[in-house]
Each structure stands twice: as C-alpha cells, then as structure tokens.
Design a protein around this ligand. Structure first.
Ligand code: ZN
Ligand code: ZN
Length: 225
C-alpha cells in the first residue's frame, strides 16, 4: 500500500544525485542509528539487542562514526558493552574447542540498521511501482540520475510493459550520459590532453560505482534531514 510520505520523499530524492531508492534507504538507516544513540542507548533492552548483533555491521559502524550520528560518549557506551561481552564469551569458552568459541563470538542477529534498510527497500519499491503510472511522478523520475543496477533488478519484475518502458528508457539515457563522462575522463587522463580542465566528469567513476553496485553512501550528515 503506497504511503504519501514515502512517495513525497521519493519525489524529493529524484532531484538529488544517485539512485533515489538508495537515497531513501540510506537516510532511513542513518536516521535509525541516530535515533538509537539519541534516545535509546540508556534503554537496557535496546542495548541488549545491540549486544546480540554485536553492534552494527562494518558499513553502519563507520557510517555512524564518520557522519557523527552520535557523540563519542554514545559510541563509548555501546563499545563498553561489546568489549565486555567479547571478554565474557572468551572467558566462558576458552576451555572449549575453537569452533565453540568461534560460534560464541559470532553475532546472534543481523545488524539492526541493515534490517531497517531492508524493510525500507520493500516499502519504497512497493510505493514506486504504482506511482510510475503517474505522469507527474514520471516527469520527476526523469530528473533523477537513474536507479542503481541492484534496485533496477528489484523493480523490473514488478512492472508491466508501459512502466518497464518508462524506467528502461530513462535508465538507458542515464547510462549513456555516464558512459560519455567516463570516456571524457579517460581521454583527459591521457598526457596529451592533461592541460584540459576536468569538469563534471571528474567524479564519474564514483557515480558509476554507485550506479553499478548500489548503496549510494551518504556523503554528509545533512543529507538525511
Ligand atoms: Zn539504488
Ligand atoms: Zn548494517
């Protein structure tokens, strides 16, 4: 069932660089992490869940540190729990075989921010499929820099012929533009053309990486406001 807030955020994301679906997912993950640190770190239940998952995954851990989604104290409180838990597991299992110790040191649940992002992906795709019939939305979608390949793969099976045509036409335009920028970047990297100023194509390889691999990273904290 499409929800108005998600559609509104999707429309806004179409005017920002990168895959609009990635944009909403990343913002949801960042907001969740910030909420955990701001409001829930003193809640023993929440902290126990974070111990079970051994905190966040690698990407969300460094996103939370690099984007300062918490102050240093919040991180210190979380890692005090996790360091204590690791010490306890080693103490309790060191007399046992390595496999038992390895099992004990393996997270009991997945990263909670990843779970939030997975749920957000489902919601965003469910909202986007019906709204791709709306000409106003299509006009905004065409302002976007296209879907990343993982999210293109995710939405295509849910589209009928018309909506599939709309998405693929725009996707091909975006890929073609990117291909041209990459070619220009490579051309200007040749020593014969090194005096030419690098323009918008300067970060084309990063945008191509986001397009091909998905998971467009938040570059700044303000992006998820
Ligand atoms: Zn994406
Ligand atoms: Zn994660």
């Amino acid at each position: 069932m499409p929800d108005a807030q998600t559609i509104y955020e999707l429309r806004l994301a179409c005017h920002k660089p990168g895959c609009p679906v990635c944009n909403l997912i990343q913002r949801a993950g960042a907001r969740y992490i910030e909420g955990i640190f701001n409001e829930s770190m003193l809640d023993p239940g929440v902290r126990q869940k974070l111990v079970d998952s051994q905190g966040f995954c690698y990407e969300h851990t460094w996103q939370s540190i690099n984007l300062k989604l918490s102050d240093a104290l919040g991180h210190a409180i979380l890692y005090q729990d996790l360091v204590r838990d690791a010490m306890r597991k080693i103490t309790e299992n060191e007399a046992n075989g390595s496999s038992q110790l390895v099992n004990a040191l393996t997270p009991g649940s997945t990263c909670p921010a990843c779970r939030v992002e997975d749920a957000t992906l489902e919601r965003v795709i469910d909202c986007m499929v019906p709204v791709l019939r709306d000409q106003d939305f299509i006009a905004e979608f065409k302002q976007s820099t296209g879907l990343c390949i993982p999210h293109l793969k995710r939405i295509l099976p849910k589209l009928d012929g018309n909506r599939r045509g709309v998405v693929l036409l725009h996707q091909n335009d975006c890929l073609e533009k990117l291909r041209g920028e990459l070619a220009e970047f490579i051309r200007k990297s040749d020593y014969r053309f090194r005096d030419e100023v690098i323009g918008n194509e300067g970060d084309s390889y990063k945008r191509a990486a986001d397009m091909i691999s998905g998971k467009h990273r938040l570059a700044e904290k303000k992006d998820f406001r």
